[in-house]
Design a protein around this ligand. Structure first.
Ligand code: SAH
Ligand code: DHB
Ligand code: MG
Length: 222
């Protein structure tokens, strides 16, 4: 079993079940054309986020890390009439590409893009009384993951689902003495989450066209 098999299986189910449409493909192409790294969630993962948001009836979604807005579009499409997704992005270039993608995808009226470092924006959202969110997707920088988890809890209610991308990194998280700040960020996030009585959590390891990684899924229970 190898990367080629994982990618082929993604292709197989992609054609059958996932139905990534031309708008989503265009969003990826526009992101690549603007020089953004192709690190958006895969179609299978995007559809997973979409189904999760639908399943819990999410009306209010928060996303950390927009890039070109590919995952945002999948999530926005799960929203009912009047639903909203706030997405946080540090890079003005990424935000511009994403904004154009939102317009093309017809979801611009559902998306509120906040430019700036998430650690600056999150306290602003709290001060503005935004939230509690029904679903929070953490997919920005890894070193800040413990802080993102903390803020996510503050912006949650009982029943909020928090999902975090890239928590496995090809098994890199096993290296306790890693000098990689990303690895240490994910490890501290897992430790903090393990001590937090208000969440119940799991991790699903994933393989596919993006390689070997994983999603953490946390339910706020109190
Ligand atoms: N969720 C996107 C991928 C996000 S990639 C998708 O799946 O389509 C991670 C993004 O987080 C990048 O665009 C990066 O610029 C942004 N980012 C990095 N550090 C950040 C920070 N401190 N605050 C907000 N966004 C940040
Ligand atoms: C990277 C970031 C991501 O959010 C991702 O899903 C894959 C890779 C990265 O920074 O390398
Ligand atoms: Mg990611």
């Amino acid at each position: 079993m190898n990367q080629e098999t994982w990618a082929s299986v993604d292709e197989y189910f992609g054609d059958l079940l996932i139905q990534e449409d031309a708008t989503l493909r265009t969003a990826v192409e526009a992101s690549a054309a603007a020089g953004l790294r192709p690190i958006q969630v895969s179609p299978a993962q995007g559809k997973f986020l979409n189904l999760l948001a639908c399943a819990i009836g999410a009306r209010n979604i928060l996303e950390l890390g927009t890039l070109g807005g590919y995952s945002t579009i999948w999530l926005a499409r799960a929203l009912p009439e009047g639903g909203r997704i706030i997405t946080l992005e540090l890079s003005p270039t990424h935000a511009e590409v994403a904004s154009r993608n939102f317009v093309r995808a017809g979801v611009a009226d559902k998306v509120e893009l906040r430019l700036g470092g998430a650690l600056d924006t999150l306290p602003q959202l709290a001060a503005e009384g935004r939230g509690p969110f029904d679903l929070i997707f953490i997919d920005a920088d890894r070193p800040n993951m413990p802080a993102y988890f903390d803020w996510s809890l503050r912006l949650s209610r009982r029943g909020t689902v928090i999902i975090a991308d890239n928590v496995v990194r090809r098994g890199g998280i096993l290296d306790a003495s890693s000098d990689d700040a990303d690895i240490q960020g994910v490890r501290r996030f897992a430790e903090v989450a393990s001590r937090e009585k208000r969440v119940s959590a799991t991790v699903l390891q994933t393989v596919g066209k993006k390689g070997y990684d994983g999603f953490a899924l946390l339910l706020v229970t109190d």
